[in-house]
Design a protein around this ligand. Structure first.
Ligand code: ADP
Ligand code: ASP
Ligand code: MG
Length: 412
């Protein structure tokens, strides 16, 4: 008897018809002789609607109350799925994150799971029940409700699979697998049969929202067999694996677009040792996480220091930059709200040169200017104008020949 965790995203449970269909997928898994734990997101656009409702009162509502509000979305969908399963004659029980002891740290809005108390889950499974758990939420040691960050239900699914040593975690969504690029932005994107944890982690962290990056991180650490597939149509999906056969054939396996960043530049910063340390220490202390950093060496012992932050942190970061300008006697602050980051990811970059050159060439041919660049072992990213994001993704996808990737059929 295997234990399978199935996770269903918001579009998969957007209305009662879809919930009924999800119930059928759950029952089918159970009828294959497996125990099933299901993690579910809020129905359709519920989370977005709740955020919008709160923002009618305040641009920055208290983080604790936002978690109270947003956690309610998943409580609706788990109960609805349990009710649907009962109506079809199956034993099912729903639990919120706190009820099954999904313990998190206390960072409201982006909490990290620190442990799961599996006793209640194992009891319910032992009783032959289909167990349904609310995604995206947990509880602190002080019994405060937290959420895991947008897209966090994937992480609930993988964490449950890790805690219960499940045989597989299936992430059901509205695409039939992981593609070489977001198929909504790049029509020629191809589904990948396999992708490594490392590549998927990098893709997720540079903006491919098909999986929450923390989910991939947990899957890699705990060796959870992870699959992405569609709840709308049958198909093999994409397996996320440690390695696959003929991996070296793929220099680049995907392109990702992140349209949620903003850039802030502090101009004319006096060039003294320790200045950058002081700037980024204060930014970190304000709880703002910085993505790309670029320093232009200027003249007269003055430098320009630019960095990007998530749009959510833009206002706070801009205010802090103004304070830092005064504190350091810098020349000025320039900001650009809403820029795009375009990235190429692939394990093959470790052994192939010329990836960055090809990326810059593709952007140049499409007449797209680059604002900043960062690289890691398996990823190159460029910051560009948000209006050029789709055009850039398509040009890069084409330049790397991702429309026709060498298909592979078996893992090593
Ligand atoms: P869910 O609600 O099921 O969690 P999400 O909207 O969070 O679904 O994630 C699925 C979406 O991710 C797809 O509809 C697709 O537009 C987007 N996406 C971005 N990059 C990729 C990619 N490389 N492969 C597949 N889908 C991607
Ligand atoms: N409902 C949450 C969100 O919309 C969590 C999730 O869907 O993964 O972000
Ligand atoms: Mg998601």
């Amino acid at each position: 008897l295997a234990l399978i965790v199935q996770k269903f995203g918001g579009s998969s449970v957007r209305d009662n018809d879809r919930i009924r269909h999800v119930a059928q997928l759950v029952v089918a898994e159970k009828q294959r002789g497996n125990d099933v734990i299901v993690a579910v997101s809020a129905m359709g656009k519920t989370t977005n609607n709740l955020v919008a409702m709160a923002r009618e009162f305040s641009a920055e509502p208290p983080a604790r109350e936002m978690d109270m509000l947003l956690a309610s979305g998943e409580q609706i969908s788990i109960a609805m799925l349990a009710i649907a399963l009962h109506s079809m004659g199956h034993k099912a029980i729903s639990f919120t994150g706190p009820q099954v002891g999904i313990k998190t740290d206390s960072l409201h809005g982006r909490a990290r799971i620190v442990g799961i108390n599996d006793a209640k889950l194992r009891d319910a499974i032992g009783d032959g029940k289909i167990v349904i758990v609310a995604g995206f939420q947990g509880v602190t040691g002080d019994l405060e409700i937290t959420t895991l960050g947008r897209g966090g239900s994937d992480t609930t699914g993988v964490a449950l699979a890790a805690a219960l040593q499940a045989d597989r975690c299936d992430i059901y969504t509205d695409v039939d697998g992981v593609y070489t690029a977001d198929p909504r932005a790049v029509p020629s994107a191809q589904r990948l049969n396999f992708i490594t944890y490392d590549e998927m982690l990098e893709l997720a962290s540079v903006g491919a929202k098909v999986l929450h990056s923390r989910a991939v991180e947990l899957a890699k650490i705990y060796n959870v067999p992870l699959r992405v597939l569609s709840s709308f149509e049958p198909g093999p999906g994409t397996m996320i694996v440690q390695e696959y056969k003929d991996m070296e054939k793929f220099v680049v396996s995907g392109v990702a677009i992140d349209e949620s960043e903003s850039q802030i530049s502090i101009l004319g910063v006096p060039d003294r040792p320790g200045v950058a340390a002081s700037i980024f220490k204060q930014i970190a202390e304000a709880g703002i996480s910085v993505d790309m950093i670029i320093q232009d060496v200027g003249t007269d012992d003055l430098n320009d220091i630019s960095f990007t932050v998530d749009n959510e942190d833009f206002k706070a970061a801009k205010e802090l930059a103004e304070q830092l300008k005064e504190q350091l006697g810098a020349g000025g602050v320039v900001t650009e709200e809403g820029v795009a980051k375009i990235s190429v990811v692939g394990v093959g970059m470790k052994s192939h040169s010329g990836v960055a050159a090809k990326l810059f060439g593709a952007l140049a041919s499409a007449d797209i200017g680059i604002k900043s660049i960062t690289t890691s072992e398996i990823c190159v990213s460029c910051l560009i104008d948000i209006d050029s994001a789709k055009k850039a993704a398509n040009a890069i996808h084409e330049a790397f020949g991702l429309g026709n990737p060498p298909q592979i059929s078996a893992k090593t």
